[in-house]
Design a protein. Structure first.
Length: 452
């Protein structure tokens, strides 16, 4: 792509069909030229309200009007938004934690380790991709959104079965190899449950069992994205990506997600958290590093237009938002998508005070509207230079070992560990040296490609 994607995320229910045209015109006036849609709303549940019955009326209208207003579309493939009929078709589909708590979140609750559910999901991914694969307004596809297990450790029957299958393949179906490495005495793989499960023998404190459970969970997330990306690529040559979130590698490997896709993408909400420097610095450096190693573009999939969420979040001055976005671009991002351009009529209950984006519900402007207008002006002057720029080779690389991250979190020192990594990164950066932040998989790749 030669054009900077200056984008916005659009939620169907927050801004319904009768507002499509006026919102496109409003976004265009700010310099926004692209929209992410259908990642959650209208997601799978809206598009396939009954099994095998598809309703694309609103989404077709959305794409048509976007094109008429000069917008490009990043088409979400909203697998997170499970249709209600799936829960009735597949018994025990909701994720269940080791504490017995069953996930109740509207999205990201269905357990994707369930074989039958995955078959339904694959059919949906193919259907929506095939519909828009040749539409010139749709220029990229996003598989899922911020994928995660919605419980700390899933202990539902589907995950138990898949965990055992994964272990059998890893240990060549040899239970004695498991016993030797873990320091345990299982008679068969059927006796193994995810770490700290209340079922079977007690396991808390067995380090290798814990690490294997985390490795499995990360692998399951990575496999979900890679399999979805493969289905999309069977239908189109347009780029596909998944947008990561949170602390790198705690929910799948950001590197592995990007490896199976065409773009390295991260969501960065730096201005909404109590420690904005960390949320801006470490994930941004790691994603830039991933893009450099894989020789793929780097995008910011979501960033706030302004203050976002409940009263518990810190107040955010417009200049901090502006600096946040400019740093994304300076780090090499070829696309930046804001979370939302306009306050919705009704906010989600857990964010009940409402978002504060560029304009209010009545379309009166907020101070935050200065940011997209600044970016628009910046690209009018320097777009070709930004889009042709390449990542420079860093002088220093920091290793951020995945196993250490998991063990630190389990021991209760996760935040301190992350802070130490960020602190070291910031200290080096203060000397005007660029830092690459590597995890274990990235180090393996770098070693294989640079050492003969």
């Amino acid at each position: 792509m030669t054009k900077f994607q200056h984008g916005n995320t659009y939620y169907h229910y927050a801004h319904p069909a009768e507002e499509f045209d006026r919102n496109f015109k409003l976004m265009a006036s700010m310099g926004i030229n692209a929209v992410r849609v259908a990642e959650i709303w209208p997601g799978w549940s809206v598009i396939e309200p009954q099994e095998g019955v598809y309703d694309y009326a609103d989404l077709d209208k959305f794409v048509e009007l976007a094109g008429k207003n000069g917008m490009e579309i990043c088409m979400g493939v909203g697998t997170n938004d499970t249709p209600f009929w799936c829960y009735y078709k597949h018994d025990g589909l909701r994720q269940k934690g080791i504490d017995g708590k069953i996930s109740d979140r509207r999205v990201q609750t269905a357990c994707f380790d369930h074989v039958g559910y995955r078959q339904d999901m694959a059919r949906f991914v193919h259907n929506i991709t095939a519909r828009y694969a040749n539409n010139p307004i749709v220029t990229s596809f996003q598989i899922g959104n911020e994928v995660r297990y919605n419980v700390q450790v899933c202990n539902c029957p589907a995950t138990q079965e898949r965990f055992r299958k994964w272990l059998k393949e890893r240990y060549a179906n040899d239970i004695t190899a498991v016993n030797k490495e873990w320091g345990v005495y299982y008679a068969s793989f059927d006796q193994i449950y995810p770490y700290a499960s209340p079922d079977g023998a007690p396991t808390r404190g067995i380090t290798t069992h814990y690490l294997m459970t985390k490795k499995f969970q990360n692998w399951a997330l990575e496999e979900l994205i890679s399999s979805g990306a493969e289905i999309i690529k069977q239908c189109t040559s347009k780029p596909v990506f998944h947008n990561c979130w949170g602390v790198p590698n705690m929910s799948g490997s950001n590197y592995k997600f990007a490896e199976s896709c065409d773009i390295a993408v991260i969501d960065i909400y730096a201005v909404t958290y109590g420690n904005p420097c960390y949320y801006q610095g470490l994930p941004l450096d790691m994603t830039r590093t991933i893009a450099g190693i894989l020789l793929k573009p780097f995008w910011v999939g979501e960033t706030p237009a302004g203050q976002y969420g409940t009263y518990e979040r810190i107040p955010v001055p417009q200049k901090l938002v502006e600096l946040n976005v400019i740093e994304h671009i300076a780090s090499g991002a070829k696309a930046v998508y804001y979370f939302r351009h306009k306050t919705p009529k009704y906010e989600q209950p857990h964010k009940f005070t409402g978002s504060q984006p560029f304009v209010r519900t009545d379309e009166s402007k907020m101070d935050y509207v200065k940011t997209p207008k600044l970016v628009k002006r910046l690209m009018e002057l320097y777009e070709k230079r930004f889009m042709s720029a390449r990542n420079i080779k860093s002088e220093i690389a920091m290793l951020y070992p995945t196993d250490s991250l998991h063990l630190g979190a389990e021991a209760g020192y996760g935040k301190a560990q992350v802070a130490s990594v960020y602190g070291a990164r910031a200290l080096i950066a203060s000397t005007q040296r660029q830092v690459d932040v590597l995890d274990t998989e990235m180090l393996k790749k770098l070693t294989c490609t640079t050492i003969k």
